[in-house]
Write a protein that binds this ligand. Structure first.
Ligand SMILES: Nc1ncnc2c1ncn2[C@@H]1O[C@H](COP(=O)(O)OP(=O)(O)OP(=O)(O)O)[C@@H](O)[C@H]1O
Ligand SMILES: [Mg+2]
Length: 185
């Protein structure tokens, strides 16, 4: 089992990268008022057909097929349902995929957020030319990270996959999340 939500974010968004998405939108809501944590990942990757949409949600699908089907999606779905939440998977071939997962924030089994900055940066570094947009929303605040904005600052010569730049982005994202949390009333 994955110990925190950032690992699920990493898994779901890595699926998008593997599905050749070039545009990824990750939206996280952390609301005390609504007693809700939600994670949404929207991509413009190759998508899945109806049959595939059903199959990837089934944890028993793995056994003896031509290819291995992983457990990232079934685990996340199971977690959401165990935490009084919901799971939605919408996808269209050659258009893209949207995964939405919600959990009751105060539920005993809802995992901690983990290192979201790390997850976002690791997703970006899987393909530097991808556009990644990350939104983090609390009841009173909102923070957005956009890979294009960082690229505009860094210029063409610098790679986001260089250790110092990665560290900077990761710390920046985590600090901004912290600011959103601290300003909550
Ligand atoms: N965003 C997506 N776009 C297109 N296909 C996807 C997407 N997400 C998942 N899939 C398909 O669903 C399958 C199952 O995904 P899942 O995350 O459950 O397992 P996995 O990525 O194969 O393995 P792992 O256990 O390492 O996560 C993927 O292998 C892929 O074929
Ligand atoms: Mg996966």
């Amino acid at each position: 089992m994955m110990q925190n939500l950032s690992m699920h974010v990493l898994d779901i968004a890595s699926n998008s990268v593997r599905a050749e998405a070039t545009d990824l939108h990750i939206i996280m809501i952390n609301s005390t008022c609504k007693d809700l944590i939600s994670i949404e990942v929207i991509d413009n990757g190759k998508g899945m057909d109806e049959e595939m949409i059903q199959r990837v949600q089934d944890p028993f699908f793995t056994s003896r097929t031509t290819r291995r089907i992983g457990l990232g999606i079934p685990f996340f779905k199971e977690l959401a349902e165990a935490c009084n939440g919901s799971f939605e998977l919408e996808s269209q071939v050659n258009v893209g995929t949207r995964i939405y997962v919600s959990m009751q924030k105060s539920h005993w089994d809802t995992p901690p957020l983990g290192d979201l900055g790390d997850a976002v940066v690791l997703v970006w570094c899987q393909k530097e030319t991808n556009h990644i947009h990350f939104d983090y929303k609390t009841d009173a605040n909102q923070f957005s990270f956009d890979s294009d904005e960082i690229k505009a600052i860094l210029g063409d010569e610098v790679s986001v996959c260089e250790a110092e730049i990665m560290m900077w982005c990761k710390d920046y994202i985590n600090q901004q999340i912290q600011v959103c949390e601290e300003e909550q009333v």
